[in-house]
Design a protein around this ligand. Sequence first.
Ligand SMILES: [Cu+2]
Length: 367
Amino acid sequence: MASCSGWTLSLAIIVCALPWHFTQAQDEHTFVFKHDMLKGESGYFTVDGHTGVSPELEMELNVEYTFMQLDATNWYHPLGFAYYPDGALNDVDELEADIGNGDAPVYYVDNVTSDLDTYEPAFKLDRGTWKQKQYMVKLTVTDPNVTEIFYFCHIHSLMSGRIKIKSSAGDGTSAIALYQPYMPSTFDETCGTFEAGEYDPDGNYDKYCEGSQFLCGEDSQFVQCMRAIDCKMMHEMKVTNDVDPVITFMHQMIPHHVNAVNMAKILYKEKKAAKHLVDNPDSESEDSEVYGMLMDIMNTQNEQITYMRKYLKDHKASVVPCVAEGKDDKDGKDGEDGKSAGIRSSLTPTTLLVAIFAPMMLGRAVM
Ligand SMILES: [Cu+2]
């Protein structure tokens, strides 16, 4: 837990909002945020006029900046600001009125001053309802001791980007580590998936799923992508039972959800390429409804993944890979009946002992 309590911050109180023209016209003090779902696990923010995902931004001290979230891709990704990456999702201090000297973002829903307790839940409304309103955040950093802050998503972890604070004292130095955006393998780039390349049917598939076929029929790029993520899920669901069923549930549900998200991404990319997706939550066309369903799966299941990973981290409950009496899954039977052999094998006396003692021996370090 990091603390900023000793910092001398002061709150820039934005009493008088400038007229909001509901446009995305960009000036040097306005950042227009969008979201790219196919980059990274939960997708990443992009900012108009800036290159790449999670771009580094610059703000001048004592100048008010506007962060626009009008674009429809922002659904389920309410912006937050913190002194370290990921804010409360990583138990670190955010820019809040009662922290430091109180520099804090001001949230707006339509043209009305709001607060985070209104802003964040609004992003969880169904897409059609959410899209009926306009969202933006204003922020002024006034503390000369602050050289950098981070924007992040209040719902999904690992979406942070750095903001350097320029002042007369300097241009902002980067002292705080920030993870790099995910770099997909060629396979993942093609499929639109996250970390499925290791399970490429033309690559290491047999190492994990030899003899198992999860999708039969003629080969195609789509089929190859689906086979890879199914193999990834079945492999990663082979965990050792924990004494706490909640832990076991999460250890298995995370790869299960990751698979759902990857399935949605594959179809999203496939349908998008064929121009068969329409972003219109008010339409009852199949293309619109399928689009809405995919967005819903990707955003809500990633939210639950973020929650479960934090729960496991807080409980120091790492996955103990399933070791069935030294026998790897080479018989091709796992998963074919919808049940993981990992579960069955976890009931042997040996693996029960592993389940009980391994976490202690490993210090229950989280992977
Ligand atoms: Cu998000």
